[in-house]
Design a protein around this ligand. Structure first.
Ligand code: NOJ
Ligand code: CA
Length: 712
């Protein structure tokens, strides 16, 4: 088995991973693929660089901080230069842990670690530590501020971490907005990044505080010589999210933290630590998808008995509002200032009625779905949107046509769980006041999962979705829901950083441009879902809400000219290429009832896995993944492409030896095309074994989904 938490004394393997040359400390990864160098330059500035298989990934880059006193706002001496090393140590670990859910059943955590303590000189000297963990697929480093005489509580005015890249890499990026991640990912060279490009526009809340040369992480990069590089962060707690400012003259990227309402970045109390800054690198794109380094850098689960946490597929009263068939609000009046049933009469279009919810419960129960999400059940939707009002929702008062008790009884009788919806409208002070009441109400009425939402300008006013105050809020919600044994799906939060390891009840986040944009904007591009696994999903699962079968939206509304920019077979493949313990079958029951043969794949596909094989991938172009469903011998394969047609051969050599399987192939029809004929699919079956090779043809904007089940 693996060595556990070894320390330098007496372990030859580790000593060989460390060397000191020209005052540089060199730390290698266990396989020696990756080498990190750390040193202080002539000014006493902390510096690092990074090599992968003897190729430069990060050129010499500086590290450090500017700090201020909390009360007086006076600057403290900057932690950027004039530093000396006062202590250092090398350790490492080779552990294995079992995630509560995820893409594999067990994860190896194998790294060499270098800890260095740096100090200023003189009486007022402040010291801090940098911890580097060097894995075979990348590096994580964080700063720590130990408890000390000259540093108690303090303000981070700026973090000065650089990532000096070797050239004008191809970048998969979204703007460094402070409030929204709901942008179409762009693909340009770093020198061409223009975060102010209006065509990327996210929501009406984006683009308020802006640096046109700044992008969000996870930032995916490809160098001209074929290295795949990913920069992100892990364990974002009590600190703002990090954006990256690009110096286009030399491709040096520097950290820019999301400020608070006063323009400060973070308030810390020693002992304190920052999130990990992560750099993943490989010459194979699939290694980036297979990486568990970000999870490994997060703390183990705080939930001792996770038996109540159950990955689930769900349906819900949701898409019908987004396509305009029904409404969230009761009276079809979104400009009323409050809900007064003597004034506001039912419009007949309200989605969350008892009768409609029962239809969805029946459908879920008949087809084996665990959950039914209901949005628009509580009063407040008349004036929620863009109002910047403090008290919009109370999370316990249903509309008159939504019978909480009866639906509790009915769902339980059909073995289905209702999923609660808490749209906070970003009035977070209001939500914080009501969380306990809201969660008690949920438990009393049989709900064990909540979808939260943060559409709008944050209250407290001036705070940002991605700032320290909100980062702490999202974590508080994860903790508090856990204390009530409630699972969590957060929409419009900060992008995830692997915290689902620590809080496995935090099943998924949105934090990106999901399926909803296909309903009411010009839609997501065909390449969209080939980029996300390299960007947004690096930090954790997404509630993307795939499974739209009625791809021609003029069916619902003749004024809609756009179709969704995928084929139907690609919608199926997304259940495999998107790894999430929470997956919606997002379309309406009637869309599925018309195509039950294709719907069978959504019914069969798993949401929790024993193993995943990342077979081939190129960001922005294609991805093919095979996953083995938890505690079964069933495999599911998903292949997707961008706007280009594609052929590929998938070798099934991961199947058990000497075993026969039935492969059911849900493919694009020969004439399928995301623009002209998106709903054309063909389903075929064949017996396969581990010598078989499946030849797949994907339409423009297409995909292929395959279930592979042992022959009985
Ligand atoms: C945005 C969320 O992403 C979406 O899923 C939800 O339906 C609306 N807000 C309303 O809360
Ligand atoms: Ca959203």
């Amino acid at each position: 088995m693996f060595l556990k938490n070894y320390c330098i004394a007496g372990i030859a393997l580790l000593i060989s991973s460390l060397s000191i040359a020209q005052n540089k400390t060199v730390v290698s990864s266990p396989s020696k693929n990756i080498q990190l160098e750390f040193w202080l330059d002539g000014q006493g500035t902390p510096m690092y660089d990074l090599m992968y298989k003897n190729r430069s990934v990060i050129l010499p880059s500086s590290m450090g901080f500017e700090l201020k006193q909390t009360i007086t706002n006076e600057p403290l001496p900057a932690l950027k230069d004039g530093l000396v090393i006062t202590a250092s140590s090398v350790t490492g670990a080779d552990d294995e842990w079992t995630p509560v859910w995820g893409d594999v059943k067990s994860i190896r955590d194998h790294y060499n670690e270098y800890d260095v303590t740096l100090s200023q000189k003189g009486d007022k000297a402040i010291s801090f530590k940098i911890i580097f963990k060097v894995f075979d697929d990348g590096v994580g480093f964080r700063y720590e501020f130990p408890e000390q005489q000259n540093l108690n509580h303090f303000i981070v005015a700026a973090e000065r971490t650089q990532f000096h890249l070797t050239g004008d890499h191809k970048a998969f990026w979204i703007p460094g907005d402070y409030d929204s991640n709901e942008f179409s990912p762009n693909v340009t060279n770093l020198s061409e990044v223009n975060a102010d490009d209006a065509s990327l526009a996210a929501s009406i809340f984006a683009h308020q505080f802006f640096d046109k040369d700044a992008v969000q992480t996870p930032l995916m990069l490809k160098s001209k010589d074929g290295l795949y590089i990913n920069i992100h962060e892990a364990a974002l707690v009590n600190y703002p999210a990090m954006n990256l400012h690009i110096d286009k003259s030399n491709f040096n990227l520097s950290s820019v933290l999301v400020p608070d309402a006063l323009g400060n970045m973070a308030y810390l109390q020693a002992p304190a630590k920052t999130p990990w800054r992560t750099i993943l690198v490989s010459d194979k794109a699939t290694d980036i998808l297979a990486s568990h380094t970000i999870l490994n850098l997060n703390d183990p689960s705080v939930i001792k008995d996770p038996s109540w946490i159950h990955p689930t597929k769900y349906v819900g009263i949701w898409w019908e509002m987004h396509i305009g068939k029904s409404t969230w609000d009761y009276a079809g009046n979104q400009n009323a200032t409050n809900f007064d049933p003597s004034v506001l009469k039912p419009s007949g279009k309200h989605g969350a009625t008892t009768a409609n919810v029962k239809k969805y419960i029946d459908f879920a129960s008949k087809h084996g779905f665990g959950g039914v999400l209901v949005e628009g059940w509580n009063v407040g939707w008349e004036d929620w949107f863009g109002q910047y009002k403090e008290n919009v929702f109370d999370f316990v008062t249903p509309y008159p046509d939504f019978d909480v008790k009866e639906l509790h009884r009915y769902a339980a009788s059909k073995n289905v769980k209702l999923i609660m919806h808490h749209e906070t409208s970003a009035s977070v002070t209001n939500y914080e006041r009501q969380m306990d009441t809201a969660y008690r109400f949920m438990k009393a009425n049989g709900y064990d999962a909540v979808k939260t939402g943060y559409v709008g300008h944050i209250i407290p006013r001036g705070e940002h979705h991605d700032g320290q105050w909100m980062v702490n809020h999202y974590v508080r919600v994860a903790q508090k829901t856990a204390s009530y044994k409630i699972m969590l799906d957060a929409h419009e939060p900060v992008r995830p950083t692997g915290l689902s390891r620590t809080y496995p009840n935090w099943l998924a986040c949105e934090a990106a441009r999901g399926m909803e944009f296909n309903a009411w904007s010009t839609g997501n591009k065909p390449r969209h879902e080939t980029i996300f696994p390299f960007t947004r999903f690096m930090g954790g699962a997404m509630d993307y809400t795939p499974g739209i079968f009625q791809l021609d939206l003029s069916y619902w509304d003749k004024n809609k000219k756009e179709t969704i920019h995928t084929t139907l077979a690609k919608q199926l493949a997304l259940y495999v290429t998107i790894c999430s313990p929470l997956q919606m079958a997002a379309d309406l029951p009637e869309s599925y009832e018309k195509r039950l043969d294709a719907f069978q794949f959504i019914k069969d596909v798993a949401v929790d896995w024993d193993d995943s094989k990342y077979l081939e991938a190129e960001p922005g172009e294609y991805i093919t993944i095979a996953r083995k469903a938890k505690k079964t011998n069933n495999w599911f394969i998903g292949a997707i492409t961008n706007e280009n047609k594609r052929s590929t051969d998938v070798a099934l050599d991961f199947l058990d030896n000497n075993k026969k399987y039935t492969a059911t192939i849900y493919a694009d029809a020969p004439d399928a095309d995301y623009q002209k004929n998106p709903e054309a699919y063909v389903i075929s079956k064949q017996v396969v074994d581990n010598k078989s090779i499946l030849h797949l043809t994907l339409a423009p904007g297409g995909g292929c989904a395959i279930s592979v089940v042992p022959v009985k």
